[in-house]
Design a protein around this ligand. Structure first.
Ligand code: MSP
Length: 504
């Protein structure tokens, strides 16, 4: 199997202390879109998402609800699965860290690291943030809180440590030789800066008397694994490490591997995780892409404590599912923070989809129905629109491959603006009365841009584009994005309902 024909993408595993919200839905929708693009481009892909179910935070949430941790997880995890289905997120594996094969693999890994001398016993004295499940030392505190302003508890306990410091040099070399390993550039620089200081060894255990909800250490039955060690390992155990050999070879050893995360969890992914992989002699991911935060009206991260998290299911009732997917993918530059509100989504979606795409299609299909018996007029004549389309198309795939999703979609939306202008200039509704053939050429050209955009936009708006393309008798096939493939005389149904204007 060719390495560059297998594509692997993951989202973080979401904590089950909260139901899905727009922040977690954002990561999953973007991963879904990127994955669908690679499938469209002909890659064999594996998309993994799921829930992070062990640890103190989960144990506390269960306790607060009067449930056992397992019962709590069994109630919460399916809420993510259900929501992702409604949001049309087409993952290959919905992973749960309570899966038996994962727990066994984690124990195997820990034993392996212990046997090779990479895990040793010591004493931990410092701070712990339960909501982030992160250890903090004195020098990391901001006041008496975490960098994110979260509550910390003092800790002093016997603990097991992973020799992370041993891998600092190798990690540094990897970063130096792979400038695209961490994206965007600001995040790469952040980790480069962090690595200028000596890397501390990582505490990888919690005593059962403090936290019992976790995977027991194979060499110390008084302790469970630190939840991040357990959770990060999902990226390989879910791909088949120590359980499905062929699958693992295909989607980890011989694939282009990408982790899409939020910037809040960069350190665990860009430092801890590569060190674990190096200790296990496993290849590192090709890219760790940290996206920004969705912000509230006050430009703060939407959060549970502020109670301002938007519910994606309520939002799609207002603006529509594919419309929301379009907004998140196009209006937010992946990697940047972005404020968002129902008004802004409505305004942007109306501009791009109702007034542009939908309106163009409605006008063209009406004219074709009225003047060409509903048959698509065909003409081979070259046009400026063709040139422009091919120019934008030539840049499009590269942008998607680099996760420059917003930039790629802007190429298409600016093309649609040009189509609108072209329609205004050529006015086929008038032209048809004096030169029917030329009006047919204009309509064909416009429809050709829409058809190509329809295929290229299918990963973002799967349902809407399927509806649109089926009106043209077209399918979502990448090689069909070549100009001039629209067959002559095909029946086209007039449609005005593709993107109705949102009225709020
Ligand atoms: N369980 C850990 C991840 C373990 S991965 C091995 C975790 N879970 S989480 O439920 O807190 O989810 C964090 C992820 O949700 C973030 O990294 C980000 O992808 C997403 N987001 C949560 N709130 C968000 C915003 N307000 N804005 C954008 N993304 C947000 O951390």
């Amino acid at each position: 199997m060719l390495k560059n024909k297998n594509f692997y993408i993951s989202t973080p595993l979401y904590y089950v202390n909260d139901k899905p919200h727009l922040g977690t839905a954002y990561t999953s929708i973007i991963a879904d879109i990127l994955n669908r693009y690679q499938k469209l481009f002909g890659y064999s892909s594996f998309f993994i998402t799921g829930t992070d179910e062990h640890g103190q935070k989960c144990e506390q949430s269960a306790l607060n609800r009067g449930l056992s941790p397992q019962e709590h997880c069994d109630q919460m995890s399916p809420q993510f699965k259900k929501t992702w289905k409604i949001l049309n997120i087409e993952y290959d594996l919905f992973f749960r860290t309570t899966f038996d094969y994962h727990c066994k693999a984690v124990q195997n890994v820990l034993q392996n690291l212990y046997d090779k001398g990479d895990i040793y016993s010591s004493h931990y004295k410092g701070w712990y943030c339960v909501s982030e499940e992160i250890f903090y030392t004195e020098k990391d505190l901001v006041g008496a809180k975490s960098a994110e302003g979260k509550e910390l508890i003092p800790l002093e306990e016997k603990a097991w440590f992973f020799k992370m410091s041993k891998y600092q040099k190798a990690l540094q070399n990897h970063l130096d030789n792979h400038p695209d390993f961490i994206k965007p550039k600001e995040r790469y620089n952040e980790i480069q800066g962090f690595l200028k200081q000596p890397l501390q060894d990582l505490c990888v255990s919690r005593p059962k008397k403090r936290v019992s909800w976790g995977i027991e250490l194979p060499f110390d039955n008084n302790c469970v694994a630190y939840v991040w060690v357990d959770a990060l390992l999902n990226y390989v155990t879910g791909a088949g490490y120590l359980n499905k050999k062929e699958h693992f070879e295909k989607y980890w050893l011989n694939a282009k591997k990408h982790h899409l995360i939020g910037k809040d969890i960069l350190m665990t992914h860009a430092v801890y995780w590569p060190c674990f992989l190096m200790a296990l002699n496993l290849p590192l991911p090709d890219k760790i892409f940290a996206h920004g935060w969705l912000l509230n009206k006050e430009d703060e991260k939407m959060s549970k404590s502020k109670g301002d998290k938007l519910d994606p299911l309520e939002l799609i009732e207002l603006v529509g599912l594919d419309e929301l997917r379009w907004f998140l993918a196009k209006e937010i530059v992946l990697g940047k923070d972005s404020a968002l509100s129902v008004d802004l989504i409505t305004q942007k979606v109306n501009e791009d989809l109702a007034d542009n795409f939908g309106n163009i299609f409605s006008r063209i299909s009406r004219l074709i129905e009225k003047h060409f018996d509903g048959q698509i007029p065909y003409h081979t004549e070259d046009s400026l629109l063709k040139k422009l389309t091919e120019e934008k198309q030539s840049l499009f795939k590269n942008k998607i491959d680099n996760f420059e999703l917003s930039q790629a979609l802007h190429l298409l939306s600016s093309l649609l603006v040009e189509v609108n202008k072209y329609l205004e200039q050529t006015a086929p509704w008038k032209l048809v009365k004096i030169d029917k053939k030329q009006a047919g050429v204009v309509l064909y050209n416009c429809l050709e841009v829409l058809r190509i955009c329809g295929i290229l936009l299918a990963p973002v708006m799967p349902k809407k584009m399927e509806k649109f393309l089926s009106a043209l008798g077209e399918e979502v096939i990448f090689k069909n994005t070549k100009w001039g493939r629209q067959a002559l005389g095909k029946a086209l149904k007039h449609s005005s309902g593709l993107f109705p204007k949102i009225l709020i």
